[in-house]
Every structure is written in structure tokens, then in C-alpha cells.
Design a binder for this molecule. Structure first.
Ligand code: B12
Ligand code: SF4
Length: 462
């Protein structure tokens, strides 16, 4: 056991309430790994706190951490025209921590992992961990705790990032963590169940597809890594027995790929008669009636499809792996078995024009899913194909900083036209959610719905 680092404080800075508060299971994975290795670790969760600084003073004063990890989930809210950039608050938090303690501060989380260099330059940090945090942070804590005495060079620990003499350095990112389950003893499960309406669980990591704007494969890898179905079923059973979590969200990038794994999870839940409800993300690609029926029998009460568009031209521009016809089929399967389905669409992206917009509106009017969640414009992330296209199309310059939100908006659908068309489309269609226009997407509406509807993602009842 290590000598000089004993107490590890992880601070989850996310306090976003839309669409509902989500528990920081990433930090709980990291904490679980540290605890299993003999460290004392806990999470200060700023989600339900009124005064960040008072909470920091209390926690740091009483716990006296030897190292602090900052979990940065969201950089911004991905919402064109209603953009919220979370980083200035996070900078105030980290600067404040620096005034009360001089222990090392390390950042991690999906938001950090997308922008390691930008965030290391934006915040006064010692190190960062890009990608999976369990193994990397444990190795870093051990190395720092031993003053280097364990002979591990920080430059050899995968995923570690740092600014060294003004230059950014990133160790190779590895996607190989042995996946277990998060340590939920460090989470405020009751508050998330009450205000978020569910718990969260992960059955796999990785996505094999290559959609043009997406960061998920770079966050979790392109290779699918699957957990054992029986472990996931046991985790769900424990969530229910120990924390009364009777509704879960599978945070997997896509639940229904590979179908055999999804099938085994559903069969396991049915066999154990868990009586738990859940929701998930899915792709319309190869979405079969057999799997949908099984999901329903296993408690699935809502599917969120990353459908993106109803136009073949736009789907091609997004490099999607399915066609408009696949969306129609997936939605009709849901309708047939009475499974609530929501479809995320992104309008105004590359190759969008008036004609493709009409095709998309027409398709979703035809299939009439339970909900359409319509986003305007595509958030541009570094290293993605859409970033390259944005430069080619003259939307951004080659060296444009992307930490502060920047969106791709097709030159053929100018913002005013796009928002007017969206407003008109959503009018009279109660199943449409449009964050860009606050249509059925604002804190007071959703918190009022949550008071009435105790569980679930809420788009199914709007
Ligand atoms: C599932 C999901 C959702 C679900 C959550 C459902 C639920 N009940 O949990 C829903 C649909 C509600 C949702 C909503 C939003 N989401 Co979301 N979501 C995801 C997704 C797919 C998985 C998140 C997850 O739980 N992963 C599993 C955990 C285990 O992984 P993790 O948190 O990354 O943690 C690991 C590492 O990051 C690291 N780590 C984490 N913390 C720490 C701390 C330290 C110190 C260290 C060293 C390491 C470390 O180690 C962990 C274990 O390996 C990610 C994309 C992705 N593939 O990551 C987007 C993602 C997190 N979402 C994102 C965003 C922006 C949002 C929204 C703001 C969008 C919106 N306007 O609605 C909201 C915010 C919600 C909120 N209240 O915060 C962005 C965040 C980055 C960014 N662009 O700012 C992501 C990355 C997607 C993207 N576009 O790139 N989301
Ligand atoms: S949009 Fe969905 S399917 Fe496409 S790469 Fe991202 S996670 Fe995978």
C-alpha cells in the first residue's frame, strides 16, 4: 500500500438538469477501482448543491484529500441557438480548489477526453486522463503517491495527458479496461432516482460505426467490448435490491448491436424475473421484431433511435449505416408491439437543403413515432470527418478553436430559415421536442413532468 496518498476525492462538476440529472457513473467506476486497490475514495457531487464553493470548502476541509480528480462530463449542451458552455464555471471551481489546497488536481471524463489539450490549457490542472479512467488514474495515483518509487514513468501510463514546459503531451490512448461495474456506494442514488427518474448501467463499450460527427468511437474505441450478460443481470438485480432503482438507462452507445449480446441480456432479465424497467439507445439498422419483443418482455419501456434524418442524401452525408427504409421499419416494429420510440434527428447538417429537409419532415410525419427530438446544426468536434468538411466548406478556419461550441450549419439552410421551418413543423405536433426553440425542453416543464411521472426519460409522456 502506498505511503503518501491515501484519500482520493473525485469531484463531479456536472450540474445540468436537462433532460434530467444523470448519475456520474464514470466517476463511480474510477472510485471503485481505487477502493478495490486499497485507497479511500469518495465523490463530491455538485449536481444538487446550491453553493459550489461552500461544498468544496466543507468537503476538502473535512476529508483532507491527498489528490483530487475532477470529472468533466459535459463541455457544453450541444444545443445550437441555446448553447450553454459549462467550462467557465468549471474553471472557477478548479481555481477555487487551488486557493484551499495544493494537492495534485487531475481531470478526466468524456468532456475532458474530447478536448485534452484545450482543457489542460484552460484549467490550472496537473494532469489529465483522456479516455477510460479506471486503470490510468490508479496507476497515476500510485506513481505520484510513491514519488515515482514504483518505477512507473508517468509517460508510460496509457491515457495520461499533461502540459510539459508549455508543450502538450498525450500518452497513447488504450481501450482495454477490464469492464466490471461501478461502485454505487459512492453515488447519491436516491437523489438521482427522485430527480432523474432512473439509474444508469453499462453493458458494453465501443461503437464500430463511423458517423461523421461522432465522438463516441474515440471515447470508447471502435471495437466492441462486451460484459458478460449474467454480470449485467446481477448488477441490475443489485441496483433494485440495494438502492430501489427500478428504472435503468443503458448508457451503451448502441444497445441492439451486437444483437446476440442484447438478446442474452434480455433473456437473463426475463429468467431472473427482475421486474425492472429500462430504456436505451438503438440503431434502426437490423432492428428486428424478435429482438424488440424480447426487449419489451425484459422491461424495456423506451427506445431512443439515433435516426438523424429521413433523407437518404443527408444520411449518406452523415455516413450512417442505414437507410430511411430502416427507420420506417424500426418505427413500425415499435408501433406494432406498442413500444415507445423516440428518434433523434439532426437537421441543417452537411448536404442539407430545402429538398432534403422536406424529405426528413415527411418521413417522420409518416411514421409518427412517440417522440421526435430535433436538433439543429451539428456540433463540430476535433478530429471528426465533419470537422474536415467544415474547413472545406468554409464554415470554420483550419485552426479554429472548438472548445467553445461551434456548429456546422449547411450553407443551403441558413439559421433563420432552419429555425422557422422547425418551429412550423413542431407546431401542432405534440410529439416533437426542439431544444433549439425551448419546445417541450426547458427545466421548469421537465421538472414539473418529473413530479408527475416518477420514472423514465419523459419524452414518452410529453
Ligand atoms: C448515455 C449518455 C446520455 C444519456 C444519459 C442517460 C443516463 N440516465 O445516464 C442522456 C441521453 C440523458 C444524455 C444526455 C446528455 N448528454 Co450525453 N451521453 C451519453 C453517453 C453515450 C454515455 C455516457 C456514460 O454514461 N458513459 C459511461 C461512463 C462509464 O463513461 P464516462 O462517464 O465517460 O467515464 C469514464 C471516463 O470518462 C473516465 N472518467 C470519468 N470521470 C473521471 C474522473 C477522473 C478524475 C478520471 C481520471 C477519469 C474519469 O473514466 C470513466 C470510466 O472509464 C456519452 C457518450 C459516450 N460514449 O461517452 C454522451 C455524452 C456524455 N453526452 C454529452 C452531452 C453533451 C449530453 C447533454 C448535454 C446533451 C443534451 N443537451 O441533452 C445531456 C446532459 C445530461 C446531463 N444531465 O448531464 C456529451 C458530453 C461531451 C460534450 N460534448 O460536452 C457526450 C460525450 C456525447 C458527445 N456528444 O460527445 N447523455
Ligand atoms: S452516431 Fe451512434 S452509430 Fe454513429 S458512430 Fe456515433 S455512437 Fe456509433
Amino acid at each position: 500500500m502506498n505511503r503518501s496518498i491515501k484519500n482520493v476525492l473525485l469531484i463531479s462538476v456536472n450540474n445540468e438538469r436537462l433532460p434530467y440529472p444523470v448519475a456520474p457513473i464514470g466517476a463511480a467506476y474510477v472510485a471503485g477501482h481505487l477502493i478495490a486497490a486499497g485507497f479511500d475514495a469518495r465523490i463530491l457531487d455538485l449536481c444538487f448543491v446550491d453553493d459550489d464553493f461552500a461544498a468544496l470548502t466543507d468537503e476538502i476541509g473535512s476529508y483532507c484529500p491527498d489528490i483530487i480528480g475532477i470529472s468533466i462530463r459535459n463541455v457544453d449542451n450541444l444545443t445550437y441557438n441555446r448553447s450553454i458552455f459549462y467550462m467557465p464555471r468549471i474553471r472557477d471551481i478548479v481555481k477555487y480548489i487551488r486557493t484551499i489546497t495544493n494537492v495534485p488536481i487531475v481531470a478526466g471524463g468524456s468532456g475532458f477526453s474530447i478536448f485534452p489539450e484545450e482543457i489542460l490549457r484552460y484549467l490550472p490542472l496537473d494532469f489529465g486522463v483522456a479516455g477510460e479512467g479506471e486503470q490510468a488514474f490508479l496507476s497515476l495515483v500510485k506513481t505520484l503517491g510513491n514519488g515515482g518509487g514504483n518505477n512507473i514513468d508517468i509517460r508510460e501510463i496509457p491515457n495520461i495527458a499533461m502540459i510539459d514546459n508549455g508543450s502538450f503531451h498525450q500518452n497513447p490512448v488504450s481501450y482495454s479496461c477490464a469492464m466490471t461495474q461501478p461502485d454505487r456506494t459512492v453515488l447519491n442514488n436516491a437523489a438521482y432516482l427522485q430527480f432523474g427518474g432512473m439509474g444508469n448501467v453499462q453493458s458494453k463499450r465501443g461503437c464500430p460505426f463511423k458517423c461523421t460527427y461522432c465522438t463516441y468511437p474515440s471515447l470508447e474505441g471502435s471495437r466492441l467490448r462486451l460484459r458478460q450478460p449474467e454480470e449485467i443481470v446481477a448488477e441490475l438485480a443489485e441496483m433494485k435490491e440495494r438502492y430501489a432503482i427500478d428504472y435503468a438507462f443503458f448508457v451503451d452507445d448502441i444497445f441492439n448491436v451486437p444483437a446476440a449480446h442484447a438478446t442474452e441480456i434480455c433473456e437473463g432479465i426475463i429468467r431472473k424475473n427482475l421486474r425492472i424497467k429500462w430504456a436505451c439507445f438503438a440503431t434502426p439498422f437490423s432492428f428486428t421484431e424478435a429482438l424488440a419483443k424480447l426487449m419489451k418482455r425484459a422491461g424495456c419501456s423506451g427506445i431512443e433511435f439515433g435516426s438523424d434524418a429521413g433523407s437518404a442524401t443527408t444520411l449518406d452525408a452523415y455516413m450512417k449505416h442505414f437507410t430511411p427504409d430502416d427507420i420506417v421499419k424500426a418505427s413500425s416494429v415499435c408501433r406494432k408491439i406498442d413500444m415507445p420510440d423516440a428518434h433523434y434527428i439532426i437537421i441543417g447538417g452537411p448536404s442539407e437543403n430545402e429538398a432534403t429537409l422536406n424529405e426528413t419532415f415527411k418521413l417522420f410525419d409518416k411514421i409518427r413515432p412517440r417522440a421526435v427530438i430535433a436538433l439543429a446544426g451539428v456540433r463540430i468536434y476535433p478530429g471528426t470527418p465533419i470537422c474536415k468538411r467544415a474547413v472545406e466548406d468554409g464554415i470554420i478556419s483550419k485552426d479554429k478553436g472548438l472548445l467553445e461550441p461551434v456548429f456546422y450549419l449547411s450553407p443551403d439552410t441558413p439559421p433563420e430559415m432552419l429555425l422557422t421551418r422547425l418551429q412550423k413543423w413542431a407546431d401542432g405536433r405534440p410529439n416533437h421536442v426542439v431544444p433549439a426553440l425551448d419546445i417541450r425542453y426547458d427545466v421548469s416543464t421537465l421538472e414539473a413532468v418529473r413530479k408527475r411521472i416518477k420514472r423514465g426519460p419523459m419524452w414518452d409522456v410529453l
